[in-house]
Structures are given as C-alpha cells and as structure tokens.
Design a protein around this ligand. Structure first.
Ligand SMILES: Nc1ncnc2c1ncn2[C@@H]1O[C@H](COP(=O)(O)OP(=O)(O)OP(=O)(O)O)[C@@H](O)[C@H]1O
Ligand SMILES: [Mg+2]
Length: 295
C-alpha cells in the first residue's frame, strides 16, 4: 500500500500547491517513486502545473476529473480510478518513477453538496449527513493507495468535505505556512482539526513526533519579524528542518513548460531546496511509515 500525504492549511496562498508539486516532482524524478497527485482544489492549480492547461481542459471536457470520479463511484463502490487519471504528467524528466494526476474540477463543490442533500432528503440530521459524506469520500480516496507508492492530496484553503476526508486518511499532513502574523493561529487551527481535538492544549499534550502533521516554512526571508513568527510556531508545532525561501525559481516553476526538464532546469535557484525537501520527506516520513507498515 502506498503512503498517503495531504498538503493542507485553512489559509490560502501559503504554498500548498507549490509544495505538492515540488514533492511530486522530487519523489518521482529523484526518489524513483510512482506518484499520484489528487487535486482536491476547485481552483485546479496543481492539475495545471502538472499537466498544463490543455490536458486539464481535455480531462474536463471528457468528464475525467475528480468530480466525475466521486460522482460515479458514489453509487458504484467498485469503480476503479484508472480511467480518470492522467499518466506521464509533469514537465520533469523521470527516468524510473512515474508521475500521474487526477485533475481537479470546479464541479467538485457541487458534487459534495449533492451528496449532502441526498442524505438530508433521506432524513439524516445535519451532523450524521455531514459525517456520512466525509466517511464516504474517505473510503473513495483510500483506493488510490493500491497502485501508487505515494499519493499526495493537494487540499484547497478552508475545510471542504474532501479536505476533511483527506486529513482523516493521510498518514501525514504537511502544513505549509508563511512566517507572518496570521500563520501561528492558522497552524493552531490546522493542528486541532488534523488531530481531531477541540482544544489546542489537547494537541500540545501529544508528543511532537507522534503528531500526524508537520508544519513547513515557506516564503522564508531571514529577518527579525520572520524569526519571531517562526519561533512562535516552532514552540508549539513540529516543523520540518527544510525551510523554503521566497525564490524566483520556485515562483516560475508554477508554470507548466511542456518540455521535459531536469530538476535544475525546472526550478533554477530553487532546485537545491526541492532536493533537500524531498530527501527530508523520504527519510522522515515515507521511510518511517513504510517501516511501520512492514512491522
Ligand atoms: N517559495 C516561494 N517563492 C516564491 N513564490 C512562491 C513560493 N511559494 C509559493 N509561491 C507563489 O505564491 C503563489 C501561491 O502559492 P500556491 O498557489 O502554491 O499557494 P496555495 O496555498 O496552494 O494557494 P491556494 O490557497 O490558493 O490553493 C503562487 O503564485 C506561487 O508561485
Ligand atoms: Mg493551492
């Protein structure tokens, strides 16, 4: 069974899609893994970074996105995802591993709402209907682990049903944050949802290495203000060793270029940090959960 990672933060624009695609590129190209990115965001950024606008549009027109997959699988639990997935995604040379993407869709929200309405119409109370939808999506997401070594869920900002299902399912949730004023609070909120605790105190009582999430600093620029906010988060939450700097190479890698590039050509000045981030994630997350699965 593959390792399931979610990249999430309720706050927008902190680098969730950037981190998702960095990890996907690195795991596939350097780590030789078979990687699937599942785009749970209706903005579809990671689908477009990984497959380009044209392939995403073809998937949308052919009804091969996450929205149709959920919609059809809801009534046909044995439906396999294979026909919905774009293989050979990413504009990165991948000699051994593989990179695939299940495209995001603007319709995902409508599909989620339809699931909820069906349950409400059948007479379920709000809480039961909501939990029912999350459990059902959770089970649908689980299937992806069969055919891939690593599955990465790129979550939208906020807490959609799909996001809550992915947070519940993932072996590890990576929470990127900007070292700004709001970040500390955003990390606190993310932590309580992921650990399923009502109070932050209950999360803090769990040893950092046992928590199911780890935060990751993005947009790092060394300065007093940044260091202070970083320290506030690190005092309470586990933080990855790698810090991602604010970097033009990383910003430019957001565009799909369509030709096969090395990590250095794709990320330019950001290539070194992509390698460091993937090495840390493989050593401290992937290998750890693989060892636990074998034990
Ligand atoms: N380290 C970085 N250096 C420079 N630019 C960055 C960096 N990380 C992200 N960006 C840029 O910031 C913008 C937001 O990043 P991204 O879309 O990954 O965030 P997000 O959390 O996925 O946003 P959303 O909440 O909208 O899904 C993008 O234009 C991206 O290229
Ligand atoms: Mg995003």
């Amino acid at each position: 069974m593959g390792i399931l990672l979610a990249v999430a933060n309720r706050k927008g624009g902190v680098g969730k899609s950037t981190v998702t695609t960095m990890l996907a590129h690195g795991f596939a190209a350097i780590g030789e893994q078979r990687v699937l990115v599942v785009d749970l965001d209706t903005q579809c950024n990671s689908s477009i970074i990984l497959s380009g606008g044209e392939k995403w549009d073809t998937a949308r027109r052919n009804r091969k996105t996450i929205a149709e997959y959920f919609d059809q699988k809801y009534d046909r639990p044995k439906l396999r995802p294979d026909g919905f997935i774009i293989e050979k995604a990413g504009d990165i040379e991948i000699p051994v591993g593989g990179l695939s993407v299940l495209s995001g869709s603007l319709d995902l929200e409508d599909v989620e709402n339809a699931f909820l309405h069906n349950r409400a119409k059948a007479g379920q109370d709000f809480e039961t209907a909501e939990q029912g939808v999350i459990s059902r999506i959770h089970d649908m997401l689980k299937d992806f682990a069969d055919a891939f070594d690593v599955v990465i869920f790129d979550c939208p900002p906020g807490l959609s049903f799909s996001t809550r299902a992915a947070l519940r399912l993932a072996h590890k949730v990576i929470v990127p944050f900007r070292p700004d004023f709001v970040s500390s609070y955003a990390a606190d909120r993310a932590a309580t949802v992921i650990e399923d605790k009502r109070r932050l105190e209950d999360v803090i009582a769990i040893p950092k290495e046992k928590r199911r999430y780890i935060t990751l600093v993005n947009f790092w620029r060394d300065g007093t203000f940044q260091r202070l906010n970083y320290a506030n988060v690190a005092a309470i939450h586990p933080v990855m060793r790698t810090t991602i700097p604010q970097d033009d190479g990383i910003a430019e890698a957001f565009e799909y270029r369509g030709e096969m590039l090395s990590i250095e050509e794709k990320y330019g000045s950001g290539a070194e940090v992509v390698r460091a981030l993937c090495k840390e994630a493989v050593d401290s997350i992937i290998m750890r959960y693989r060892r636990e699965a074998v034990a």
